[in-house]
Design a binder for this molecule. Structure first.
Ligand SMILES: Cc1cc2nc3c(=O)[nH]c(=O)nc-3n(C[C@H](O)[C@H](O)[C@H](O)COP(=O)(O)OP(=O)(O)OC[C@H]3O[C@@H](n4cnc5c(N)ncnc54)[C@H](O)[C@@H]3O)c2cc1C
Length: 489
């Protein structure tokens, strides 16, 4: 039976929450993981983001999850680029509504970490390098949820409460004294992790948050708009289609007019093949992020649903190859790329991303990343670079809210500027923020110190023991470990 006192309570079981709960429970803490929905994985499962995009730093817990998913037939694969509007050669005609990623059985997990070039390259060479190293990890959502549940259960120290929301908090002297759950219980712990994506726990604690794009004066980011903008990264309702034997165009539902769409033209989409041959269609985007926020979740979901039918109908009409598929799943959750972000003891900015790992003067980097600045929807007119000189690191202080002492934030709402968040919000990076948060909670209890006083060198050493990548280029022994484990499974 669950008790009401734990070492660590983690709210939200998306990527950040799974990473935090698993790292802490593996280290020996008694953990409660609280999730308001009926499925583990958050965006990566219920919202259809069934793919880890390529990039450095996806080792540690993401690799453990991948390795276990491999035991389930057709659960996970590695992709290579197919047709892609960005990588269109002058002699190539691409009758395709975006980018296509195809399962490539010749590849292993380590290939998904190597998109960053080993040296600066002129743009055409760089684009070709990126195209050749564009290897992400598509998976079945149920497989990820199942494996996460198994790994948590195997620790013997983590209780998972599903269908239960955290509804409130009692604060005393900058510390959470207890949290309230929707089932009426009050729960206490030494430490807490907010992995709700929209930092609901941190907000309930009274922590300061940021929303929208910061202006240049705030952090001196070269590509920030001159003045603050209320723009939010776009939201997407992801859908899935499956091959059929008799091709045809599916009719639009009767309440959706033929020309139903929101913008002058349909958006491009990232279309990933699942290992079983289905396609995952990720519009870029379905709705402006601010529009979704203003409409409210239910109304935004309903409108995005109409747009999904219109988008799929348009694709079937315009690209004959899609007539060989039918729509078989629309994500039950709307994929929101951006929301409020907490103000932490350090705020990661575009300047960190441009400096790169070797020029960042931080001794507390707990994960590395290299995804391009990636904002979907209305542009501010000051697009950032998509090419970083090197991968960059995320300091541990981004997880420490400035205004609360026994709380860590491990989700896309950690202490990042809007521009920085557009790069480092990827699912594997969130799993690793979680891994760092769970590890830090363990070390704090072991050393008898507060979260902010965990020695960075101890935390980094502990993460390295868990095969977390903190260095770039990727250390050969880490690559050898990944390749060996991958082959043995
Ligand atoms: C459309 C879209 C496409 C993307 N494409 C990619 C991609 O291709 N590859 C990639 O790597 N990344 C991609 N991303 C980014 C990535 O998926 C997300 O940033 C990441 O998964 C967020 O993880 P998280 O842990 O921060 O939050 P989430 O996964 O959103 O998890 C938050 C969890 O908290 C729970 N929760 C919320 N409130 C409460 C509460 N009060 N009580 C209890 N539980 C609560 C939620 O139910 C949810 O399960 C995409 C994102 C979107 C939206």
């Amino acid at each position: 039976m669950p008790t009401n006192t734990y070492d660590l309570v983690v709210i939200g079981a998306g990527s950040g929450g799974i990473g935090a709960a698993l790292a802490a429970a593996r280290a020996g803490l008694r953990v409660l993981l609280v999730e308001k929905s009926d499925m583990l994985g958050g965006n990566a499962t219920r919202c259809g983001v069934n793919c880890w995009e390529p990039g450095v730093g996806g080792t540690g817990i993401p690799f453990d999850i991948y390795n276990r998913m491999k035991r389930i037939p057709l659960a996970v694969g590695i992709y290579s680029s197919g047709r892609h509007f960005m990588w269109q050669r002058p002699d190539e005609a691409i009758p395709y509504p975006g980018g296509e990623n195809l399962i490539d059985p010749a590849l292993g997990y380590a290939d998904s970490l190597l998109r960053h070039p080993p040296r600066p390259m002129p743009r055409p060479e760089l684009l070709e390098f990126r195209r050749l190293h564009n290897h992400g990890v598509p998976f079945e959502p149920e497989a990820l949820a199942q494996v996460a549940g198994e790994l948590l259960a195997e620790t013997g120290r983590c209780i998972v409460l599903m269908n239960t929301a955290c509804t409130g908090v009692v604060m005393r002297d900058r510390r959470i004294a207890e949290i309230k759950l929707a089932d009426g219980r009050a729960v206490t712990a030494s430490f807490y992790v907010d992995s709700t994506a929209n930092v609901l726990l941190a907000q309930a604690c009274g922590c300061e948050t940021m929303l929208g794009q910061e202006g240049q004066a705030a952090f001196g980011e070269p590509h920030a708009p001159e003045t603050p903008q209320d723009h939010l990264n776009g939201a997407t309702l992801i859908y899935r289609v499956t091959p059929v034997e008799s091709p045809g165009v599916e009719p639009l539902p009767p309440d959706i007019p033929d020309g139903c769409w929101w913008a002058p033209k349909f958006p491009v989409a990232a279309i990933n093949h699942y290992p079983n041959g289905d396609l995952n269609v990720n519009m870029l985007p379905t709705m402006e992020g601010r529009e979704a926020l203003t409409m409210g979740y239910e109304a935004a979901y309903a409108e995005c649903l109409r747009r999904v039918y219109a988008h799929w109908h348009h694709n079937q009409e315009s690209f004959p190859e899609f007539r060989g598929y039918r729509l078989n799943w629309i994500a039950p959750g709307l994929g929101e790329r951006e929301g409020p972000r907490v103000v932490g003891r350090y705020v990661l900015t575009e300047r960190d991303l441009l400096a790169g790992l070797s020029d960042q003067a931080h001794d507390d980097i707990i994960t590395i990343a290299d995804h391009a600045l990636d904002t979907h929807g209305k542009s501010t007119g000051r697009a950032g670079t998509s090419e970083f000189y090197q991968p960059y690191g995320v300091p541990y202080r981004c997880l420490l809210p400035r205004d609360a002492d026994n709380l860590l934030v491990a989700c896309r709402g950690a202490s990042f500027t809007s521009l920085a968040a557009s790069s480092c919000r990827l699912s594997r990076t969130m799993l690793q923020l979680g891994q760092a948060a769970g590890s830090a909670a363990f070390l704090a209890l072991e050393l008898g110190v507060d979260l902010a006083d965990v020695p960075p060198a101890r935390l980094r050493a502990f993460l390295r023991e868990q095969h977390v990548q903190l260095d770039w280029p990727t250390p050969p022994d880490l690559l050898a470990y990944l390749r060996n484990e991958d082959q043995e499974n």
